[in-house]
Design a protein around this ligand. Sequence first.
Ligand code: AHG
Ligand code: MN
Ligand code: MN
Length: 334
Amino acid sequence: MREFPLTLSRFIVQNQASHQGATEEFSSLLTQIGLVGKLIAQDLRRAGLIDIMGTTGGSNVQGETVKKLDVIANDAFVKVFQHSGYVCALASEEMEKPISLPGNWPQGKYMLLFDPLDGSSNTDNNMPLGAIFSVLKYDRADRLPTDEELVRRGTEQVAAGYLLYGSSTMLVYTVGQGVHGFTLEPGLGEYLLSHTLITIPEKGKVYAANEGNYHKWPAGTKKYFDFLKVSDKATGRPYSARYSGCLVADVHRLLIGGGIYLYPGETDKPDGKLRLLYEANPLAFVVEQAGGKASTGTSRIMEVEAKKLHQRVPLIIGSRQDVETAEAFIQGRA
Ligand code: AHG
Ligand code: MN
Ligand code: MN
């Protein structure tokens, strides 16, 4: 008897009990994330043939050049969720302020924060891209959330995950009960369960970082990267460098095979580049649920006090042992 493929929605319904009070809305919310993935994946498969490459000519609240695909992906999230009734607020890397969804529509019980397109430097060269999402619960029904109510500590997330536009399109998520991966079956237009309870190896042999920034790093960070390159069979060094320019792709690689990704703080930019609320926190939730660690170099990412929507944070994430070794060097203990 052929094994019946487990679709995303069937999986959620079957695991409803363990999805900590996940309701119909939650299952539908995830399905809508999957719809965004299908829409963007479809465009990406034909990127060289349709006008979606290049920049818009503008820059965003991050002060970064905006790619056409950043806008296309952001629009897809907003249009899919604006009149869904599942969320009451949306916040995006590409939007200065959150969108509180129209009062004249059923007020959803979730707040969605997202990086609609991660790895934007890869849009024109057929390299991997992703999207990252973080889900917070909003328990009031008498009013919409204020902008400040979206700025929460990572431990308050009820769900998080990412879409990976790689050789296949994947949706990977956690609701605090482990990490599951689904692969889009284009012929069916369904995400099918392909990775059950993903567990990250305790230690890896691969590191991902933009070493072009080496000269900007503090001494302890430099010492860690020097350490990775010293030959020592007993500890599996030197490590191999694997850096794609897309955080989602690099984190997915280490989730499956072990290793570490670092976008450290710099001497004159101690908070580094990545954003806490819609890059570091959601990926930290996923990696911790897979048995790994996510640190600023000195503290747990998910306990960083969130103060601003587009707050930046240094990110050291991956296999537990590797992150702890990196922390020791960064803190001057090694
Ligand atoms: P985004 O495209 O959403 O701005 O994210 C890019 C991030 C991350 O995906 C990647 O690892 C890193 O920035 C690349 O930064 P550098 O180009 O500075 O290495
Ligand atoms: Mn990003
Ligand atoms: Mn982005």
